[in-house]
Ligand binder design. Structure first.
Ligand code: NAP
Ligand code: ZN
Ligand code: ZN
Length: 348
């Protein structure tokens, strides 16, 4: 076994603290990765606090925006070599045989994919532990190649925040002539702005207050709307083709459905703790759609990394030491992150 150290939530809602554990010995197709940086996704907080009612395995080492360097490879690994820059996202395995896995839609594996942390591996007993740690062992088919021109601290947030916005923007064809709204300017939202602009869409940010206005424009947003003034929903009614909701809390969806044009789509990616009440009328009246999307496939994540290099897109990050993780969680919860915390694992 390989000795690992990191930060874990010992029990539900408890502050994270230093934790030692073991990774499996590498198998033939495994890559052993020295983790250099790991982003803090709001999902890590939902999971550590069991806000989705799915967190049963503690101690839990969160983290699924992992960027690092290959330490060693198993005897049959062909895709990676020692010293290469690599990444790991939200899942580290899937059934590989179902209809969705065979179509490179492994994020929708019909048997459920193996989450990077807080889950059981496919053997049904080994607990997965995430990237707030110094080393991870992952099958080469679930490892991403990080282009050398991308600094590792900035590559990390692409592995969840980047792909979670890239996938729906591509699926619902954001591009020239399309008016796209991004709800919430946090880790996911700010990636959405940059990617949607690179695709050629006209982008509007919906944020609670004016505080992030200048930042949004600097990132490429064409328009900025502070939603604390409820009259904006009337003014902009019926004007969007596509809206992506990255908000981590429950909100009044009817306001936002009204912003869509005929046949427009609002895609949920934010996953709040509490359910939201939805009246179908605003959907019915303009044949609008309400949809959802989860991260992206391994194939699409690789494509997104190349896209970001091509378009010179990087996340805006605040690099922190591991012992600052609990303070960082508090700041994420008050929307006070600009725009992704990334833990420097060398400082463990
Ligand atoms: P984040 O950095 O905390 O950003 C969330 C943003 O939502 C905040 O910056 C804030 O934007 C807005 N917000 C927060 N509370 C709000 C409230 N009460 N009312 C209105 N707006 C509010 O979080 P994140 O890491 O981007 O993640 C966002 C959500 O996506 C989380 O629920 C996470 O679990 C989920 N997620 C889903 C997927 C997926 O595959 N579907 C993947 C990753 C994450 P403003 O300051 O601009 O108002
Ligand atoms: Zn995430
Ligand atoms: Zn599958």
């Amino acid at each position: 076994m390989i000795k690992a150290t990191g930060y874990a939530a010992p029990t539900v809602k408890a502050p994270l603290r230093p934790f030692s554990f073991e990774r499996r010995d590498p198998r033939e197709h495994d890559v052993v990765i020295d983790i250099k940086f790991c982003g803090i996704c709001h999902s890590d907080i939902h999971m550590a606090r069991n806000e989705w009612g799915t967190s049963t395995l503690f101690p839990m080492v969160p983290g699924h925006e992992i960027a690092g360097v290959v330490r060693s490879v198993g005897s049959k690994v062909t895709r990676y070599k020692v010293g290469q820059h690599v990444g790991v996202g939200c899942f580290t395995d899937s059934c590989r045989t179902c209809e969705h896995c065979r179509k490179s839609l492994d994020q929708y594996c019909l048997e459920g994919n193996t989450l990077t942390y807080g889950a059981l591996e496919r053997d049904g007993k080994t607990v997965t532990q995430g990237g707030y740690s110094n080393v991870i062992v992952v099958d080469e088919n679930y490892v991403l190649r990080i282009p050398e021109s991308l600094p590792l601290d900035r590559a990390a947030p692409l592995l969840c925040a980047g792909i979670t916005l890239y996938s729906p923007l591509m699926h619902w064809k954001a591009g020239p002539g399309k008016k796209v709204g991004i709800m919430g300017l946090g880790g996911l939202g700010h990636m959405g702005v940059k990617i949607a602009r690179a695709l050629g869409a006209e982008v509007t940010v919906f944020s609670q207050t004016e505080k992030k206005k200048e930042d949004a424009h600097r990132m490429g947003a064409n328009h900025f709307v502070a939603t604390k003034d409820p009259s904006v929903f009337n003014k902009l009614a019926g004007s969007f083709d596509l809206i992506i909701n990255t908000i981590s809390a429950d909100i009044n969806m009817a306001d936002y459905f009204g912003l869509l044009k005929l046949d427009g789509t609002l895609v949920a990616v934010g996953a709040p703790e509490k359910p939201m009440v939805i009246h179908p009328f605003p959907l019915i009246m303009m044949r609008r759609s309400y949809a959802g999307s989860v991260i992206g496939s391994i194939k699409e994540t690789q494509e997104m990394l190349e896209f970001c290099v091509k378009h010179k897109i990087t996340p805006e990050v605040e690099v922190i030491a591991p012992e600052q993780v609990n303070t960082a969680y508090e700041r994420v919860l008050t929307s006070d992150v600009r725009y992704r915390f990334v833990i420097d694992m060398a400082r463990l």
